[in-house]
Design a protein around this ligand. Structure first.
Ligand code: ATP
Ligand code: MG
Length: 270
């Protein structure tokens, strides 16, 4: 079911996330410099940009984990900026985030990590939680791995446990920080397929930070690029591919060459 929020005047809006004029300074480092971004409900947007551009910092602001130096963030029409305590918690429950470094608790098993949020909510029985945990682990290709500890997992497995943990909470909005980086091609395809399902079948709103342009072009509705602290281009994958903005052209030139290479190889084998 698509979730419709209320804007500041109490009218319905289909904007799930709106970032207005966001600035973030870290001591002398002006990372976000008046960034504006809108994410519509039920759509998937990829945020791309070079390493250190501020992609992870932007995601952390969207879930209220980082405080803006100035600017505003609205979630389903309600202002997140400045919220604390219960109000912040209520908004945060609409979200789940898959962190770049997985952020698993090392002393808990895989099953306990995935079920942690549900256990804390105390709304479901142990058996119900175990069922959800098993189902989400199966979705990311980790069926039956409940009793392993994070220290016993590879980097890619940890990443998938992080995704299962986010899905277990059944949030309206899911933020992914590099979901396919470091995964083998088969698993990356599987995660891409899962993300397409989350969007098409479950109508989740998704924001995906990624370096994996292949995944971005396949899975999302819109691509937005951060450069010098602002969004310099936002459009459908096709618009992005055809962009004449030199910054975008340079950013995707390597990927374009690879894709054209595939085409060239095919035409050679004819
Ligand atoms: N907690 C922090 N304190 C100080 N500086 C920070 C902090 N978090 C991020 N930064 C700085 O903000 C900038 C953007 O970092 P960020 O992690 O958002 O980059 P990114 O675009 O996600 O890069 P990558 O693609 O490598 O993950 C970097 O210069 C980084 O050093
Ligand atoms: Mg990052």
């Amino acid at each position: 079911m698509a979730v419709v929020g209320l804007d500041t005047k109490g009218t319905a809006t289909d904007t799930a996330i709106e970032v207005r004029q966001l600035h973030k300074w870290f001591r002398g480092n002006h990372v976000l410099r008046g960034l504006d971004l809108k994410v519509h409900t039920g759509t998937a947007t990829a945020i791309v940009g070079s390493s250190g551009a501020g992609k992870s910092v932007l995601l952390k602001h969207m879930i209220g984990l980082a405080r803006p130096t100035s600017g505003q963030i609205f979630i389903l029409g309600r202002e997140l900026t400045g919220k604390t305590g219960r109000d912040l918690e209520a908004l945060r429950r609409r979200f789940a985030m898959v962190f770049q470094g997985s952020a698993l608790l090392n002393s808990l098993t895989v099953g306990q990590n995935v079920g942690l949020g549900l256990t804390e909510q105390r709304r479901l029985s142990r058996k119900q939680i175990d069922e959800i945990v098993g189902e989400k682990l199966a979705l990311v290709g980790l069926r039956g791995k409940e009793s392993l500890l994070p220290g016993e997992l590879s980097g890619g497995m940890k990443k998938r446990v992080g995704i299962a943990r986010a899905l277990a909470m059944d949030p309206d909005i899911i933020l992914f920080d590099e979901p396919t980086t470091g995964l083998d091609p088969v698993m990356a395809e599987r995660i891409d397929a899962l993300m397409i399902d989350l969007k098409n079948k479950l109508k989740k709103t998704m924001v995906v930070v990624t370096h994996d342009m292949d995944s971005a072009f396949k899975t999302v509705d819109y691509i937005a690029m951060i450069y010098e602290g602002k969004i310099v281009e936002q459009g459908t994958p096709e618009e992005f591919w055809r962009s004449t903005n030199p910054v975008v052209e340079q950013f995707i030139s390597r990927f374009k060459r690879q894709e054209e290479g595939k085409f060239f190889d095919k035409s050679l084998s004819l």
